[in-house]
Design a protein around this ligand. Sequence first.
Ligand SMILES: NC(=O)c1ccc[n+]([C@@H]2O[C@H](COP(=O)([O-])OP(=O)(O)OC[C@H]3O[C@@H](n4cnc5c(N)ncnc54)[C@H](OP(=O)(O)O)[C@@H]3O)[C@@H](O)[C@H]2O)c1
Length: 247
Amino acid sequence: MTRYGLIGYPLTHSFSQRYFSGKFTREGIADSRYDLFELPAIEDLPVIFSTPGLRGLNVTIPYKQAVLPYLHRLDSSAEKIGAVNVIKIEADGSRTGYNSDYYGFQQSLIDWFSELNRSLDGAQALVLGTGGASKAVTVALTDLNVEYKYVSRTKTDTSFAYNELTDILSDYSLIVNCSPVGTYPYIDEAPSIPYDLLTDRHLLYDLVYNPAETKFMQLGRKQGAYVKNGLRMLELQADKAWEIWQQ
Ligand SMILES: NC(=O)c1ccc[n+]([C@@H]2O[C@H](COP(=O)([O-])OP(=O)(O)OC[C@H]3O[C@@H](n4cnc5c(N)ncnc54)[C@H](OP(=O)(O)O)[C@@H]3O)[C@@H](O)[C@H]2O)c1
């Protein structure tokens, strides 16, 4: 039996478990299972690593950084981001960390721009929020040669405050929401950017995927902006995890 799973705490509903269990059934992948390993303390991780047949793990909140000391190697994007959401376990027990959010975001962005016949070359981006997901997004943007600036509730040398966006919004065509604002059940909330200044030159990418059309996307669409939710990123990061485990 080849085993895979998700570690995090608490674990309630999981996209990954549904995704991989569905994949195993659909594609007739025999002798494989995907389990939830709810882990109250990271110190218990070695017990999970000793599960017979375990080949891969997904990692979610709050352990994306805390797992680093338990790994032998990091792939280059995970190293730059400083966080891991996929672990590959070799037959000899050695473990490598990857960040598939990086791949999911980057590939979905390339595909979206290509569908819209837009060029990423010379695009400038605003990244809303400065948490873990924003790190994967900004490393992916940098690797695509897209310049970006953070927007945060706390103004720093490297970020705008939300109330500073009025004068600069026309300089940035891509706006990526990396904050959880607008996620179900808080569907009437949206990041506080000046929506009335958006035009059909803007592209709004929301990492949030529930609801399928967030308030951020609705308000952008009303102004003629192109909008996208985080579902494709989520699917692509899961596909990437699978590819990593099968290499
Ligand atoms: N589609 C996908 O595949 C995918 C993958 C990963 C994550 N996500 C989604 O991306 C979102 C961010 O994930 P994360 O792990 O980075 O989350 P997080 O660490 O909880 O929050 C990210 C950042 O959002 C800002 N923020 C938090 N609460 C806010 C509020 N009430 N108002 C305004 N800003 C707020 C904060 O930045 P400041 O303090 O600087 O304002 C925070 O650091 C989540 O909704 C997550 O589900 C989607």
